[in-house]
Design a protein around this ligand. Structure first.
Ligand code: GTP
Ligand code: MG
Length: 167
């Protein structure tokens, strides 16, 4: 079978661990603990009638772990960059993630930007159009999702895996 390595990156508190747990276990906790260093999970996904084994690395967003997490881009097949649609600075700091990815990940690595916490539409700070424009500028695909409701989670992983397989 086919195996892919995916890495989740983005500022602390944007919901990377929550996305992974919703994807793997279909659960959500409002008391999700901050990740220390890096965690990982395996999960299977079927795309184009093919079963793919995903190894998903969930990195810590806190600054003090950056030297560790940076290492994980190097042999990733795909990267999911997460920001929080209710948090402006998690969006403006995407330029830092872009620089890190450009300098550390192999050039063929597929990257998808996702705006999390779509359930909090009434607290939205970043308009979808703005995020789509930035993703296009960086050559990344774009999606919105909610780790709380599960909306858009499976679809986002499917899009990223399909793009990665079509290299
Ligand atoms: P680090 O591990 O520090 O990098 O943070 P993280 O990006 O893994 O964030 P985490 O998954 O720990 O979530 C941070 C907080 O946001 C937690 O209180 C979650 O319950 C909450 N949260 C995550 N996703 C969502 C979402 O889609 N909607 C809402 N309303 N809250 C969310
Ligand atoms: Mg985490």
């Amino acid at each position: 079978g086919n195996r892919l390595k995916l890495v989740l990156v983005g500022n602390s508190l944007v919901g990377k661990s929550s996305i992974l747990i919703q994807f793997c276990d279909s659960t959500f906790s409002k008391n999700q603990e901050a990740t220390i260093g890096v965690d990982f999970r395996f999960s299977n996904i079927t795309v184009n009638n093919e079963e793919i084994e995903l190894q998903i690395w969930d990195t810590a967003g806190q600054e003090r772990f950056r030297s560790i997490t940076n290492h994980y881009y190097r042999n990733a097949d795909a990267i999911m960059v997460v920001y929080d649609i209710t948090n402006e600075s998690s969006f403006t700091q995407l330029k830092n993630w872009y620089s890190e990815i450009v300098s550390s990940a192999p050039p063929q690595t597929k990257v998808m930007l996702v705006g999390n916490k779509a359930d909090l539409e009434n607290e939205r700070a970043v308009q979808r159009e703005r995020a789509e424009k930035l993703a296009m500028k960086y050559g990344w695909s774009y999606g919105e999702l909610s780790a709380k409701t599960g909306e858009g989670i499976k679809e986002s992983f499917e899009i990223l895996v399909k793009e990665t397989l079509s290299v």
